[in-house]
Design a protein around this ligand. Structure first.
Ligand code: NAP
Length: 286
């Protein structure tokens, strides 16, 4: 990996790949994140709603790696849609993570989970919450602020009505389901796009066309998926509890040809897995 970092619009360096922790309990998170850090991951992605910030905090605080070398992202509970609830939520995240600062803080979703992708975009409410994020940013308690699952209307709302532009938008993005419109729009606004579920939650790994292409590069389909995101300038957030997979996913030192990228960018939808599926899997879990 020649260049291991992207730079956010405020100049903060952010690792090019992140380690996801959704659907892991605290104990598993603690041991898995510790292993991930030992293997070389530096960006750890959690969220209040994952209920595993304590595990992330324990792993980070017991690691031999200097805290400054690590990059911790967490997200405000999607159901906290007013300033006070979001503030209480954020105070709790700080306690859970047992950290003086958070590297990246995101609004998890424009809508509460049970209204995800609904008509109400909670515009006024998201402005109020964004002001809270701005306060924490200005007090140096968080190094960067951003959003997740935001569409153009949600981003415009903050860009037009608030002081500080979001620095990151974390969205579902993988081969055969890449939201180029929001990616291009975000890029024009200097918002770095993070790709969550870059392996489509493993649902596209058995695709024969991807297997053939991966073989040509002497890599696995998972590595092809991760490199595809990086070739597009996205920051993949990938999750694994398997040591070999964790190692494999960090090894993306190859280049996908222009022609193959063209093919991958236009490939028909391979799996029906989408962000709504994710929300429903998640809602069943909690
Ligand atoms: P993912 O990273 O696309 O896929 C994870 C699945 O792929 C796991 O089943 C894993 O199983 C398998 N896998 C990983 N590496 C592999 C490899 N090299 N070979 C074969 N299988 C492999 O899916 P995700 O967990 O949905 O998303 C990743 C992260 O994005 C989450 O953990 C979370 O941090 C973030 N996220 C954010 C949002 C949001 O709303 N902002 C939504 C969804 C996800 P093994 O454990 O067996 O490796």
């Amino acid at each position: 990996m020649l260049n291991k970092y992207y730079r956010l619009s405020n100049g903060v360096k952010i690792p090019k790949i992140g380690f996801g922790t959704a659907m892991m309990d605290n104990l598993t998170t603690q041991s898995t994140v510790k292993k991930a850090i030992d293997l070389g991951y530096r960006l750890i992605d959690t969220a209040y709603i994952y209920e595993n910030e304590v595990g992330v905090g324990n792993a980070i605080n017991s690691s031999d790696i200097d805290r400054k070398e690590l990059f911790v992202t967490t997200k405000i509970d999607p159901s906290a849609k007013n300033y006070l609830d979001a503030k209480q939520n954020l105070d709790k995240s700080f306690q859970n993570l047992n950290s003086d600062y958070i590297d990246l803080l995101l609004i998890h979703s424009p809508q509460p989970w049970n209204e995800f992708r609904g008509e109400n975009h909670y515009l006024k409410e998201n402005i109020a919450i964004w002001k809270l994020l701005e306060e924490f940013y200005e007090s140096d308690l968080v190094r960067a602020i951003g959003v997740s699952n935001f569409q153009k209307i949600d981003l415009d709302n903050l860009i037009d009505n608030c002081e500080i532009k979001p620095m990151v938008n974390q969205v579902l993005a993988h081969i055969s389901n890449t939201p180029f419109d929001i990616i291009d729009y975000s890029r024009n606004e200097e918002v770095l796009v993070e790709a969550y579920s870059p392996l489509a939650n493993s649902k596209i790994l058995n695709n024969p066309n991807l297997q053939i292409m991966a073989e040509e590069y002497d890599v696995t389909v998972a590595q092809l998926c991760i490199k595809y995101c990086i070739e597009l300038g996205l920051l993949p957030i990938v999750k694994s509890e398997d040591t070999e997979h964790m190692k494999e996913n960090l090894d993306f030192n190859f280049k996908i040809s222009h022609l193959d990228m063209e093919y991958l960018e236009h490939i028909e939808r391979i799996s029906s897995y989408g962000d709504l599926d994710y929300m429903s899997i998640y809602s069943k879990q909690i």
